[in-house]
Design a protein around this ligand. Structure first.
Ligand SMILES: C[S@@+](CC[C@H](N)C(=O)[O-])C[C@H]1O[C@@H](n2cnc3c(N)ncnc32)[C@H](O)[C@@H]1O
Ligand code: SF4
Length: 453
């Protein structure tokens, strides 16, 4: 990727969705919710995954784009676990107990809960969900609030993957985003998790935070590499103060400019690939022998709301405030205001705030966009056969619009294949956007998305 100049990438950069779903959330409606979920969940086939959203954090990092709630007291956590128990008991599943391939606790910060509360949370899940042998059980953790007791409890509960938010090891960068963090805790937690048999450790880093420079970021990467995490996410800071008002606390003048930001991404790509990692999708890296890397090499990588995965399709049951459920033909999201979510669950009222039923056309475009985001290629014949269509004919308009990306060598179109070469991967969202007819509709008022690079 070294011959790739930041200027070239920036010529193509524009606001765009991150495609954790297609159609993306701004197109979901309040007309779709509990009724559709109840009707479709028991009928949805394929492996089952469960996502539990724990919204709480001790403090709010000023860059945070997650659905989170600052909580200093324990009561909101207890009330949420009570609500979770009601929600799980009432789930419209086809059986009292169903096998699950994957359980993921995200947030916010799941380790905001005490170890005893986490034991209760897993006991609630166990009333309806039975992990299959070898199931992936993963938890997101903030190193600053995660104690050794947390790690021991999680390991005893069967958690085999831990994902820690680190963002940066640079004290000055962390100070600029209200994230006090002691680096040695990251090392200690990783060592303990490994000693207890957790076989997959992920760290999140961020690019584009205030005061980040190539030298400072290279130092953060060097510290990270000393621990050799199995996986790394390198998230580009999405600065959307019009949606997340607290981001206005970030000193915009200290944010790296667009050229510097792209240079930071390229630096990460170079240092991590030199160190034995494989780039996965847009913003992830995994050791070359990790399952994600193997799946990508085999063209079998998948993606859902929880991120990249080796497991295809199936259904994802979301639980908790703002959690999203994903069925083959439906997305729904629960209330994202905590008090509204509590009230709805406690009163047995509708809990899904919005959603979308996917038409056959939406489903095939979702498969196409996922193929691009995961495997960076689409084989027209195979895709056409799987979906009963002539690819060139069906997507004639879109194929005619790919010229500028192809001319700049960021996309290749030949022999019935569309392929994003290494140098175009940071712009894969731009390719996906061409196939997204929802973006052709007149934009709603105000900017919605962050820049693609
Ligand atoms: C739920 S948090 C991870 C766990 C824990 N809350 C923590 O921060 O350590 C998920 C990740 O989202 C990323 N993130 C948060 N806000 C973001 C933003 N505005 N733009 C890009 N990535 C962001 C961070 O890398 C963070 O680690
Ligand atoms: S980044 Fe993590 S710890 Fe910080 S506010 Fe967001 S969810 Fe909480």
């Amino acid at each position: 990727m070294d011959e790739l100049s930041p200027e070239l990438l920036l010529r193509h950069s524009r606001p765009g969705p991150r495609y954790t779903s297609y159609p993306t959330v701004p197109h979901w409606t309040h007309d779709v919710g509990d009724a559709e979920f109840t009707a479709r969940l028991p009928r949805a086939s394929g492996p089952t995954s469960v996502y539990v959203h724990v919204p709480f954090c001790k403090e709010q990092c000023s860059f945070c784009g997650c659905n989170m709630v600052v909580a200093g007291r324990r009561e909101p956590g207890t009330r949420s676990l009570d609500a979770l128990a009601r929600q799980v008991a009432a789930l419209p599943l086809e059986a009292e107990q169903v096998p699950v391939q994957r359980i993921h606790l995200g947030g916010g910060t799941p380790t905001w809960h005490t170890p005893a509360e986490l034991e209760r949370l897993f006991a609630i899940l166990a009333t309806r969900f039975r992990p299959v042998p070898g199931a992936e059980i993963s938890v997101e953790a903030d190193p600053e609030v995660t104690t050794d007791a947390h790690v021991r409890t999680l390991a005893a509960l069967g958690v085999n993957r831990l994902s820690m938010g680190v963002q940066s090891f640079d004290p000055e960068v962390l100070a600029g985003v209200n994230r006090p963090q002691r680096s040695h805790r990251v090392f200690e937690i990783m060592d303990l998790a490994r000693a207890l048999g957790m076989h997959s450790l992920n760290l999140d880093l961020m690019v584009g935070l205030p005061r980040q420079t190539p030298d400072r970021f290279a130092a953060t990467l060097a510290t990270t590499l000393k621990m050799r995490p199995d996986r790394l996410a390198i998230f580009g800071y999405a600065h959307v103060p019009w949606l997340k008002a607290h981001q206005k606390k970030i000193d915009a003048a200290a944010l790296p400019g667009p050229v510097d930001r792209v240079a930071l991404f390229l630096l990460a790509h170079r240092l991590l690939t030199e160190a034995g990692y494989q780039a996965i999708g847009m913003d992830h890296f995994a050791l070359v022998d990790d399952g994600l890397s193997q799946a990508q090499r085999a063209g079998e990588l998948h993606r859902n709301f929880m991120g990249y995965t080796t497991q295809p399709g199936g259904r994802l049951v979301g639980l908790g405030m703002s959690a999203i459920s994903e069925l083959p033909d439906l997305y729904v999201q629960q209330h994202s205001k905590l008090s509204t979510w509590w009230k709805a669950v406690e009163e047995g009222a509708p809990v899904q705030e919005r959603g979308i039923v996917l038409t056959a056309e939406d489903q095939l475009r979702r498969d196409l966009i996922n193929a691009l985001m995961c495997n960076f290629r689409v084989d027209f014949a195979a895709f056409g056969q799987a979906h009963g269509l002539d690819f060139q004919e069906h997507f004639a308009l879109e194929l005619s619009e790919l010229g500028p990306l192809i001319e700049d060598g960021l996309l290749e179109h030949k022999d019935g294949l569309l392929e994003v070469p290494l140098r175009g991967r940071l712009l894969v969202r731009n390719v996906a956007m061409v196939f997204d007819p929802w973006l052709r509709a007149p934009a709603a008022a105000g900017p919605r998305f962050s820049q693609t690079v």
